[in-house]
Design a protein around this ligand. Structure first.
Ligand code: AMP
Ligand code: MG
Length: 483
């Protein structure tokens, strides 16, 4: 019995790119290589918590396979996938604005690469033990953070946000020492392993590491590989400076698209370091992420970033641009066109503003653009902020807007403020709602058409922290486990 049909296994990453000659997890600097072969940690008593039926179907794994020992053995890291050799990727990155040197997959191990129905998927176990890139850490993950990644990546996918996916969640059966509250009181927690899945896990940092070491040969190999497999429309047998510039332009546009989606649904990543930026514009590395409740553009879920708030909600678009600038620097040896790169980067700002406005038009149901939209949207965002309005509830309810008078109490319902506090802003709301009503009257669209677009744009549910927490608690008490 095999989990993957033999014909689906295509090890393009390891077959096309240079390996670290040394194998095993001893910590080291790895030069002139894209990855190191490693062994996954083999837990003695793992158990399956959950499997995504959708990802099973995507990967063409029959559902009854999930009950087999082999399935559990593979997705807990006890055995390797036939025809594949586990490896950890080498990358660097800018963390919180500073170059951090070599980072790499410290707790993620690639276990397979498959092509199913013409779609390429790389499978990684997160929390499957040490690698050369684990530095002083253990390569493990706890149940709490694994559930958060497992649930959120699937939630994001279903909200239409480009993201890595998740196939399985396994309890390792081992305990992991963690200082959950960062208060110097570490305690043992349940260990877990998520199998996450994406066309590719290549990050900006995979390019940056070669550029930082002036290793142009390998930089080129990685760029050629990435273009051939993930940007095939740009690929030719002899990629030249123009190809790499076009590649960069594509990465910029895919990254921008991802950020627009984050802003749309109120997602705050929390750790937008360049090693956490996917070259394909996928949301990757779910750590301290969070979702806006009250619309507070200044909010970040990352407590270690609370002082500077570098990765706060409304800073995400400009951080993405900063990160793209680091990528431009990294790709420069292949492009050598300062002007070309600069033009693409400065275009980001203009196109972001335009696309953001259009995205916001969809959120509020302006299907026929008008000049006054920008102003209306800006004053709405101010009001949402000052009146501490729940972003998700508000936009969802706005699709049922009938008139200014009847909507005012609904606005209040969506606020976290006391009625008295809210009074100060009431007049501004009355004006805004009246302007909104007048603006809608200028639309030739029906309220049904509007409602449809708005409800496709504005999530009904996002994975609020308390929801993830409920799942974590249920799972701790083993109320959610398969066996
Ligand atoms: P992150 O902030 O999660 O993106 O992680 C930054 C770097 O630290 C990456 O190289 C990770 O692989 C590594 N890392 C994070 N947590 C662990 C861990 N528990 N064990 C080993 N490496 C880790
Ligand atoms: Mg990371």
């Amino acid at each position: 019995m095999t989990i993957f049909k033999k014909t689906t296994i295509h090890n393009s990453f390891i077959e096309n790119l240079p390996a670290d000659p040394k194998e095993g997890s001893e910590r080291r600097q790895v030069f002139e290589a894209c990855y190191s072969f490693v062994n996954t940690f083999k837990p003695e008593n793992p158990s399956l918590i959950h499997v995504s039926e959708e990802m099973l179907a995507e990967l063409d794994i029959p559902e009854n396979e999930t009950k087999s020992n082999k399935f559990l053995d593979i997705f807990s890291g006890r055995i390797a996938v036939e025809g594949c050799k586990p490896f950890a990727m080498c990358y660097g990155g800018h963390q919180f604005g500073n170059w951090a040197g070599q980072l790499g997959d410290g707790r993620a191990i690639n276990i397979a690469e498959v092509v199913v129905n013409d779609k390429r998927w790389a499978l990684q176990l997160k929390g499957s033990g040490e690698t050369p890139y684990s530095r002083s850490a253990d390569g493990l993950a706890v149940l709490r953070s694994s559930i958060r990644e497992y649930l959120c990546s699937e939630a994001m996918h279903h909200l239409g946000v480009p993201t890595t996916r998740a196939l399985s969640l396994v309890l390792s059966g081992n305990e992991v020492m963690r200082d959950m509250l960062y208060d110097g009181n570490p305690a043992l927690e349940k260990g877990a392993i998520v199998c996450r899945v994406a066309p590719s896990f290549i990050r900006f940092g995979n390019f940056e590491i070669f550029a930082s070491r002036r290793d142009k040969d390998n930089l080129k190999k990685l760029a050629d590989y990435t273009i051939k497999y993930f940007f095939p429309e740009l690929h030719s047998e002899a990629n030249d400076k123009k190809t790499y510039l076009a590649f960069f332009e594509k990465v910029v546009s895919q990254t921008q698209e991802m950020i627009l989606h984050w802003q749309r649904v109120g997602f705050v990543h929390g750790v937008m370091n360049t090693d956490n930026m996917s070259i394909m514009g996928l949301t990757i590395d779910y750590g301290p992420y969070g979702w806006l409740d009250n619309f507070d553009p200044d909010w970040t879920p990352n407590t270690t970033d609370a002082a500077n708030r570098r990765y706060r909600y409304d800073h995400q678009p400009s951080v993405a641009l900063w990160n793209l600038t680091q990528l431009a620097n990294a790709l420069f040896p292949l492009i050598e066109d300062v002007e070309g790169l600069r033009n693409i980067l400065s275009e980001y700002k203009t196109s972001f503003e335009k696309n953001y406005l259009n995205m916001m038009r969809q959120k509020v149901g302006f299907l026929e653009p008008k000049n006054q939209d920008q102003e209306l949207i800006v004053s709405l965002e101010e009001l949402l902020q000052f009146s501490e309005i729940d972003m998700t509830l508000f936009y969802r309810k706005l699709s049922g807007f009938e008139d200014a008078t009847s909507f005012l109490p609904i606005v209040f319902e969506c606020s976290y403020q006391e009625e008295k506090q809210f009074d100060e802003l009431k007049n501004r709301w009355v004006t805004w709602l009246q302007d909104y009503e007048n603006r809608l009257a200028r639309e030739n669209t029906t309220s049904e058409e509007r409602k449809k677009v708005m409800n496709q744009t504005n999530p009904k549910y996002v994975l609020r922290n308390y929801m993830a927490q409920l799942a974590i608690e249920a799972c701790r008490q083993r109320r959610l486990c398969i066996n």
